[in-house]
Structure formats: C-alpha cells, structure tokens
Ligand binder design. Structure first.
Ligand SMILES: *[C@@H]1O[C@H](CO)[C@@H](O)[C@H](O)[C@H]1NC(C)=O
Ligand SMILES: *[C@@H]1O[C@H](CO)[C@@H](O)[C@H](O)[C@H]1NC(C)=O
Ligand SMILES: *[C@@H]1O[C@H](CO)[C@@H](O)[C@H](O)[C@H]1NC(C)=O
Ligand SMILES: *[C@@H]1O[C@H](CO)[C@@H](O)[C@H](O)[C@H]1NC(C)=O
Length: 276
C-alpha cells in the first residue's frame, strides 16, 4: 500500500521539521523544469529585480525544494531560476504555482524537488543530446537523484520561441522535439517518464509560430501532454513574456495535466532504505 508509506514518510518529515531541521533529506518527487525564458519566468521584475508581493500561488513551503546552482537542495522560492538563467533578471514562472497546486491537490506527492534548468533565448538545437543545455539538464537531473532519495516524476518543458523565427528551424521542430524527448527519457533510463509541454502563447515570437504550435500540439508520444498557453496575457510593453497571472495559470494547467497523467500510474514506493 504505497499511500500508507507516503503517509508515514510525511509524518516523519513533519516531525523532523518540528525539531528545527529541513526536508532536504526527505524522499522527493522530482520535477525537471526546462526550456526558455517563459519557463524561467520574467513576470514581476521591476528595475531588474523581482519585486512586489509574493502571490499566494507562489508562496514558499517547506515541502517545496529547489536544486540550487550548487547542486544542493534548499527551500524553493521565486525567482526559481536565479543563478541558473543568469543572462536576464528572473521573475515569476510557472514552477511555484505548479508545485503549490500539485501539493494542495495530492498531498501523497510528499516533498517536491524542483530542478530549474531553463535558459532564455535558447533554440531546440542547444537542447539536443550532446549540446550544452541538454548536458547541463542531464547533469542536474542526475545530481538530484544522487542521494537515492527521490524519483523524477516529470519533465516540464516550455520552449519554441527561439525556433519560430526561421522557416528551417520551424520545419524541423517536430522531428527534433521527438528525438529530444526520446533521448532524455533514454538517458535517464525512464522510457515512460511523463513530459508536459506548453504550446506557445503568442505569435509575437516569430513568423513561424503556427508551425511550432502545430508541432507542439500534434506530437504524439506515450505519457506526453501539451497544455496550451495561447492568448494568455503578456507583460505590459513586452512582446512574448507571460505576466504573473498568466504564469500562475500555466502552473495550474501543468499541475492538471500531471495529475491526469499520473492517476493511472502511481509512483514507485520509496525504497526501504529511505524509510530508515
Ligand atoms: C554556491 O557556492 C558558492 C561558493 O561556495 C557560494 O558563494 C554561493 O553563495 C553558493 N550559491 C548558492 C545559491 O547557494
Ligand atoms: C538542511 O539541513 C542540511 C543538513 O542538516 C544542511 O546542510 C542544509 O544547508 C539545510 N538546508 C536549508 C535550506 O536550511
Ligand atoms: C541555436 O543556437 C546556437 C547557440 O546560440 C547557435 O549557435 C545555433 O546556430 C542555433 N542553431 C539553429 C539551428 O538555429
Ligand atoms: C515576418 O513577416 C513580415 C511580413 O512578411 C516581415 O515584414 C518581417 O520582417 C518578418 N519578421 C521576421 C522576424 O522575419
């Protein structure tokens, strides 16, 4: 009965908390976050820094951790991609709303470990096997697993703006995306790993946005879902970056899709060792 095991773990974790520790050592449900700037998050940035109040959907929780740039777990908070996507100031993305939503609706998920990997302005080639972003994502995913206290539950993928500008990139997108998903599943030795991607929100990304969206919405693989961000409002004065409310909505759509995908197949129970 895996749910009983999770309950015990949760009780154990809560107990640990009350004695002034944190949940870095708890068994984790791990999520890889990858793609471009809309996954990293640009919302809520004021004068080069995330400002203003933290929206309730993005509130930190001891049950939500992130793998930081130094490959150690810490309590997650926006900007989740700080120190990862270092070329532009990071703000609110879909990660925190996703994690809070999943946690709220299925507490048997246990402790959530987010592994931010997204980088703004990157094309799909740079995410293909052997290229820089792919290698880093794989390295961070492996680091997240290295203590043996966790399982990767899904990859969340929000990319495509960088391939919407030139016809040739857009025409190859679907085939390259399929190869990318197959490669990362294969390198993680998880052929059934759930992947949830986000279809582009706006045509402002480039003249070949329609072709990219067709590829995103049309690609069929087992345990792959696509949620559609089409028409969600962007930041005022910005052509392509989703605003805070839109990012929260994307986070909730990703959570819906994940919970739908996984109700059919519960996670493997933690090993006996991690219950010690
Ligand atoms: C990572 O480690 C370096 C050097 O030890 C330290 O200066 C930095 O603050 C750490 N960064 C984070 C995000 O923990
Ligand atoms: C959690 O505890 C571990 C070990 O007790 C410590 O190394 C780590 O820095 C702590 N993390 C946070 C976020 O406090
Ligand atoms: C993808 O991005 C890389 C790195 O910026 C660049 O060198 C390469 O030319 C781009 N490839 C394509 C097919 O656009
Ligand atoms: C997109 O198409 C329009 C109209 O054909 C053209 O004027 C514009 O330069 C194109 N944009 C890019 C980025 O190529």
């Amino acid at each position: 009965m895996p749910s009983l095991v999770w309950l015990l773990l949760l009780a154990h974790a809560t107990l640990a908390l009350s004695t002034d520790e944190n949940l870095s050592d708890a068994y984790k449900s791990i999520f890889i976050l990858a793609g471009q700037s809309n996954m990293a998050g640009r919302a809520g940035v004021i004068a080069g820094k995330l400002g203003g109040d933290v929206p309730p959907a993005c509130t930190p929780s001891p049950f939500i951790l992130r793998l930081n740039p130094n490959l150690t777990w810490e309590e997650a908070r926006d900007p989740l991609h700080e120190g990862i996507d270092v070329h532009k100031p990071c703000g609110i993305g879909p990660g925190m709303p996703f994690a809070n939503s999943v946690l709220e609706r299925d507490s048997s998920i246990g402790v959530i470990g987010l592994v931010p990997c997204a980088i703004g302005a990157t094309n799909l080639t740079s995410w293909s096997r052997g290229h820089v972003n792919y290698n880093r994502m794989l390295m961070r995913a492996q680091a997240a697993l290295s203590d043996g206290r966790g399982v990767i539950r899904a990859i969340l993928w929000f990319q495509g703006e960088g391939d919407a500008v030139f016809e040739q990139d857009a025409m190859c997108y679907k085939e390259k995306l399929k190869t990318f998903f197959n490669d990362i599943r294969s390198d993680l030795q998880m052929p059934e790993l759930p992947i949830i991607q986000v279809a582009l929100p706006t045509r402002n990304a480039g003249n070949y946005t329609d072709e990219i969206r067709e590829a995103q919405l049309g690609l069929e693989l087992p345990n792959l879902k696509c949620v559609d961000a089409w028409g969600l409002p962007v930041i005022k004065g910005d052509a392509v970056h989703l605003n805070t409310d839109s990012q929260i909505q994307v986070g909730h759509m990703l959570a819906d899709a994940f919970l739908q995908l996984t109700t059919a197949s519960p996670p493997p129970p933690p090993s006996a060792e991690s219950c010690a």
